[in-house]
Design a protein around this ligand. Structure first.
Ligand code: 5GP
Ligand code: ZN
Length: 121
């Protein structure tokens, strides 16, 4: 069923506390944690706790939850103090675009000189 935890999903495991992560923010339906391989000084991932394979699928199934993820991304940017300098929100969708974890997530990237450490996050 849509939104159910997937046994082999790393972000479902992080949400469940089965894999440790550095938590930045948490709400009833979302979790924000630091990327294990940061591409900019601020590199936080915001996920819905429910499993959807990508951002578009999330928005189709639960637009309110998709909005909550985006709002949390904005709050992360405020707390990380990257609003004035600017920040990027990235949703890689599909393996060809660099998506490696098929649980919807937005990258919040900012700080430093604005350059990514690698070409793709
Ligand atoms: P994608 O490439 O799918 O857009 O982004 C997946 C991101 O998840 C990558 O930037 C990767 O570094 C991060 N990631 C993968 N596994 C883990 C993990 O176990 N913990 C954390 N904190 N980040 C992870
Ligand atoms: Zn998942």
């Amino acid at each position: 069923m849509a939104g159910e935890a997937q046994v082999d999903c790393v972000f479902c495991k992080i949400v469940a506390g089965e894999i440790p992560s550095t938590k930045v923010r948490e709400t009833e339906h979302t979790l924000a944690f630091r990327d294990i391989n940061p591409q900019m000084p601020t590199h936080v991932l915001v996920v819905p706790k429910a499993h959807y394979p990508n951002a578009a699928a999330l928005a189709e199934a639960d637009p309110r939850l998709a909005g909550a993820v985006l709002a949390e991304a904005g709050r992360v940017a405020e707390e990380e103090k990257v609003v004035d300098s600017g920040y990027r929100l990235i949703f890689n969708t599909g393996a060809g675009a660099g998506q490696t974890v098929f649980h919807a997530h937005v990258h919040v990237l900012g700080g430093g000189n604005g350059e990514l450490h690698e070409k793709l996050v």
